[in-house]
Design a protein around this ligand. Structure first.
Ligand SMILES: [Zn+2]
Length: 365
C-alpha cells in the first residue's frame, strides 16, 4: 500500500489530541487513543482478534460487541459511561447517544484550551436528543464531524416509528389471515433494526428466529425490559418469522434488485404457500411516494420499507442549525483524492448554518 493510501483521513483525527476516531486501519505510534463510535464494520475495519495497538475507547455495549464479534482481548477495551464526562489523557470526553444502532455514541471532546469537537460517528438526529444536556454543551463547538450519509435534499424518509408500524401492522394483518401458510423474512445486519424486531414480537406475541451469532450479538445489547430468549429463538421450525442476513432478499445498492431465487428456495424448503419479505433500508428511498413499494413474483413478495438509522437531509440541517458549530466536517461520501470537491459539494448545504466551512481534505484548525 502506498503512503498516500495509508494517510489517515482528517475527518478521523481530533486536532491537538492525538486521538483517532473509527480509524483502526491507521494505527500509529503517534496515536494517543483510539475511539470506536459503534460496532458496524465500516467503522471498526482494522480491528482483529490480535489488535494490540492501543486501548479502544467505546461504550459498554460496543465494548461487549467487539469482544464477542471480533474476538478483541478485553484488556484492549476501555469502556466509558454514557453522559459522564471523563478525563482521557487530559481531554474531557463525553459519550452521547447517537440514536443509531445499539451502543452507538457521539463523542464530545473538550480540550484544555477550550476547543470542543463533536464527532457524531453514525447518527440519526431526533428532536428527543435535544434534551441531552451534553448536546447543549456542544452548541457553538469548534467543529462537528457529521454523518453525511444522506446529505442531499432528495433523501427524505418518514420517522422510524412510521416504518416500524408499517412492518408490524402488515405482518400482523397477514398472520391473522389463515387461508395461506406464510413465512415472513426480515432483512437486517448483525447489528441494527432491533426496533423493528421488538415491535413485531410485541404485536404478534411470536418469537423470532435468528442465527446463533445474531443471538449472541443481541445478548450484548441492552434491549428495553426484555430477556433476549423471550423474543428470539435459534430454532427455525419454531416460528414463521425469521431474520435473514442483509442481501438475502436482494441487493440494495445502488438500487434494489430482488432475489426471488433465494426466496423461492426458502419457500420450498419450508413447504409454505407464500414468502413475505421486508427490507428496511434508507438507501432506496429517494422517491416521493406515499405508499411503500412492494415487489412480487408468484408466491414471493418483498416490502421495501424506508427505515433509516442515519439522519435525513432535513434532520442533518436541523442538527447543524441546533449546534451552530464553527465548522462542519463531513465524514461520509468524501473522496480524499478529489481535492476537496466532494466535501465542498456537501458543505454548501450547511453554508448558512455555520460560522466557517472547512474542506475535510484540509487540515482542521
Ligand atoms: Zn453505522
Amino acid at each position: 500500500m502506498s503512503d498516500k493510501e495509508k494517510a489517515t483521513p482528517a475527518f478521523k483525527l481530533i486536532p491537538g489530541t492525538g486521538f483517532l476516531v473509527d480509524g483502526f486501519r491507521f494505527p500509529s505510534p503517534s496515536v494517543k487513543a483510539y475511539f470506536l463510535s459503534h460496532a458496524h464494520s465500516d467503522h471498526y475495519t482494522g480491528i482483529t482478534d490480535n489488535w494490540s495497538a492501543g486501548k479502544i475507547y467505546c461504550s459498554e455495549v460496543t465494548g461487549r460487541l467487539v469482544v464477542y464479534l471480533l474476538g478483541v482481548k478485553p484488556e484492549f477495551v476501555h469502556v466509558l459511561q454514557l453522559d459522564v464526562p471523563t478525563d482521557v489523557q487530559g481531554v474531557e470526553v463525553t459519550l452521547i447517544d447517537a440514536n443509531h444502532c445499539p451502543g452507538a455514541v457521539q463523542f464530545l471532546f473538550r480540550l484544555p484550551c477550550g476547543k470542543r469537537y463533536l464527532h457524531c460517528g453514525d447518527m440519526r438526529f431526533s428532536p428527543a436528543l435535544l434534551s441531552n444536556p451534553h448536546l447543549c454543551r456542544s452548541q457553538g463547538c469548534t467543529a462537528v464531524y457529521l454523518d453525511t450519509t444522506y446529505c442531499n435534499p432528495r433523501y427524505t424518509f418518514p420517522p422510524q416509528e412510521e416504518s416500524v408500524e408499517y412492518i408490524a401492522a402488515t405482518l400482523t394483518a397477514l398472520l391473522q389471515q389463515n387461508e395461506k401458510r406464510r413465512l415472513f423474512l426480515i432483512s437486517t445486519y448483525v447489528i441494527g433494526k432491533e426496533r423493528v424486531l421488538l415491535e413485531v414480537h410485541r404485536r404478534t406475541g411470536k418469537r423470532i428466529y435468528v442465527t446463533e451469532r445474531k443471538l449472541g450479538a443481541l445478548k450484548c445489547m441492552e434491549l428495553p425490559g426484555l430477556a433476549v430468549e423471550d423474543v428470539f429463538t435459534t430454532d427455525p421450525r419454531e416460528t414463521c418469522i425469521h431474520v435473514t442476513q442483509w442481501g438475502f432478499l436482494g441487493d440494495t445498492w445502488p438500487y434494489f434488485r430482488p432475489n426471488f431465487v433465494n426466496m423461492e428456495a426458502v419457500r420450498a424448503e419450508h413447504g409454505v404457500d407464500e414468502v413475505v419479505g421486508f427490507v428496511p433500508t434508507g438507501w432506496m428511498y429517494e422517491m416521493k411516494r406515499r405508499t411503500f413499494p412492494v415487489r412480487e413474483k408468484g408466491p414471493c413478495k418483498i416490502h421495501l420499507v424506508p427505515y433509516s438509522e442515519h439522519s435525513s437531509y432535513k434532520e442533518l440541517r436541523d442538527y447543524v442549525q441546533f449546534l451552530r458549530p464553527a465548522q462542519v466536517i463531513p465524514t461520509v461520501g468524501v473522496d480524499k483524492d478529489d481535492n476537496g470537491k466532494s466535501a465542498a459539494a456537501q458543505l454548501k448545504h450547511f453554508r448558512n448554518l455555520v460560522m466557517l466551512l472547512v474542506m475535510s481534505s484540509q487540515k482542521v484548525q
